[in-house]
Design a protein around this ligand. Structure first.
Ligand code: DGI
Ligand code: FE
Ligand code: FE
Length: 188
């Protein structure tokens, strides 16, 4: 179980990629992901690591992210889709090349932390939900997600993704298909 790395060095690298607020968020996600992992039986060390690095590329300029998407042959629906989704796909690549993270479970958790997907692993769910409920998060409805997160991982995550879907629709934004599929999948 678990995973070995130099935490101080990793966090220094993470800190360099982002602003102070995003860094605090990353630490919060790591903490919440560890707790959820302990509660639901995922690997707490992997959850914490994924939390630290999940938004590694979030503050990168879109053009820098686009270069990776092109170089790694991402499909058009990603390149033409909402740029808010890019940091997750690009992050999963860059944490391998720049941080040397190779654990496939951690890489998947980063890759799908924004969109979700059908058949999410326990670790993917934990990280995706931690992203919504970490202590620094403050948006309407966050407390209800926090309460649900104590009770039922799938229901809580479906509720959280449902809120994102509603928000996107209310702003006439497209919903990336994986998010809708993840939402449905968590309800069955
Ligand atoms: O990176 P964070 O801000 O911590 O959170 P995130 O990785 O969940 O990013 C969510 C953002 O992406 C949020 O502003 C909504 C936006 N977004 C745009 N299209 C979609 C989407 N989020 C999801 N889940 N699905 C979409 O189709
Ligand atoms: Fe993110
Ligand atoms: Fe995040």
């Amino acid at each position: 179980m678990g995973i070995k790395y130099d935490r101080e060095m990793l966090l220094e690298q993470v800190r360099l990629q982002m602003n102070e607020k995003r860094y605090r968020h990353s630490l919060g996600v790591a903490d919440s992901a560890r707790r959820l992992a302990e509660r639901y039986g995922a690997d707490p060390d992997k959850a914490e690591l994924a939390g630290y690095v999940h938004d590694y590329c979030k503050c990168w300029p879109a053009e820098r992210m686009r270069e990776y998407l092109v170089r790694y042959d991402f499909p058009d629906d990603v390149l033409q889709g909402d740029k808010n989704l890019w940091h997750a796909f690009v992050g999963a690549i860059v944490i391998q090349t720049e941080l040397g993270i190779t654990d496939p479970d951690v890489l998947q958790a980063v890759r799908y932390h924004t969109t979700g997907r059908v058949g999410m692993s326990l670790l993917e769910k934990v990280v995706c939900l931690a992203d919504y409920i970490e202590p620094n998060r403050d948006f309407p409805g966050v407390d209800e997600i926090r309460i649900r997160a104590e009770q039922d991982l799938d229901q809580a995550l479906a509720f959280a993704l449902g809120g994102t879907i509603q928000d996107l629709i209310s702003r006439n934004k497209p919903v990336y298909p994986l998010t809708l599929l993840a939402y449905n999948d968590l309800l069955v």
